[in-house]
Design a protein around this ligand. Structure first.
Ligand SMILES: [Zn+2]
Length: 302
């Protein structure tokens, strides 16, 4: 069993985009002086926000390309995603700039706890790296899922996991989910989805396949010494992985309706509230036409 090369390339491009965007943001963070964190970061914030939004835009632009390359004629006639709409807020409906702004208080709090200036700045960098990679990856997956829901030939999706990956993702490798089911992920997760259609039937790598392809060192790193040995001796991988380390879907606001306002640069102007895709899927339930209608109405499709 092997991954479809198109799905694999899509996953690799997305992971590279998340990494590149994070590097660009961290290069700006490196200009911040420990003695004037708040002022320096406030000055750099518009530029950094633009980097992240560009990363989100690129991620969302990849969705239709991926669907066309992978599905060919089965992608014809399906509505297109509007990439700009996905870049106008974070995937859970927050303002990207205010999220990135939290890099400064992260470092300042660390300084107050008497960390060295260098260690305090490293805390800020770690926070920003996590936020940027997660936002870019989640944006890409959100756009991919909208593209899949919009194409009624897509019946389900499978999880594409590329090594190196953590144990939580490895046990989910190749699993199939309903087309609008929330994608389980953790911060920095770079797994992606491959659509299942009448013609495109992925026979993806599962946890056992991935384990087989790992070096002894990789196995120990991911599953621990005892875990790697147990799996090697025939234990089921899912019985070895710590299920307490759970993963989340993109729904950080819980059950409250996800409402946001378009555009980060026009916060003073009241715009009509919009629903985020995850909220749309929940509201539409099994009614796919309703989900598509709401995706159009909220600007995610065009
Ligand atoms: Zn993982």
């Amino acid at each position: 069993m092997v991954w479809n090369p198109i799905a694999r390339r899509h996953q690799e491009k997305r992971a590279a985009l998340a990494a590149t965007t994070a590097r660009a943001v961290l290069a700006e963070w490196a200009k911040v002086r420990p003695e004037s964190v708040a002022a320096d970061w406030a000055r750099l914030l518009p530029k950094v926000t633009a980097y992240v939004q560009a990363g989100q835009l690129h991620a969302a632009e990849g969705s239709d390309t991926f669907m066309r390359e992978l599905l060919g004629p089965e992608a014809e006639g399906a509505p297109e995603v509007d990439p700009a709409q996905f870049a106008s807020q974070t995937p859970d409906g927050r303002n990207a700039m205010s999220l990135l702004a939290r890099g400064a208080p992260t470092a300042i709090t660390a300084q107050r706890r008497r960390l060295s200036p260098r260690a305090a700045m490293a805390r800020g960098a770690a926070f920003l790296d996590l936020v940027v990679r997660t936002v870019v990856s989640d944006t890409g997956r959100q756009a991919d899922q909208v593209a899949m829901v919009a194409n009624k030939g897509v019946r389900a999706y499978v999880r594409v996991v590329e090594l190196p990956a953590c144990s939580r993702c490895i046990i989910l490798a190749g699993r199939e989910y309903g087309v609008s089911s929330g994608f389980l992920r953790h911060p920095r997760c770079d797994c992606t989805m491959e659509p299942v259609t009448r013609r495109n039937r992925p026979s993806p790598l599962d946890a056992e396949d991935l384990f087989e392809s790992m070096s002894p060192e990789q196995r120990r790193k991911v599953f621990g010494e005892a875990g790697a040995k147990a799996i090697g001796d025939g234990a089921r991988i899912s019985s070895v992985v710590n299920a307490r380390k759970s993963m989340d879907k993109v729904e950080m606001f819980g059950k409250t309706v996800q409402v946001t306002y378009t555009g980060t640069g026009s916060r003073r102007k009241k715009r009509p509230p919009r629903l985020m895709p995850e909220e749309i899927y929940r509201l539409a339930g099994d009614d796919r036409d309703e989900a598509i209608r709401l995706l159009f109405r909220n600007g995610f499709l065009r």
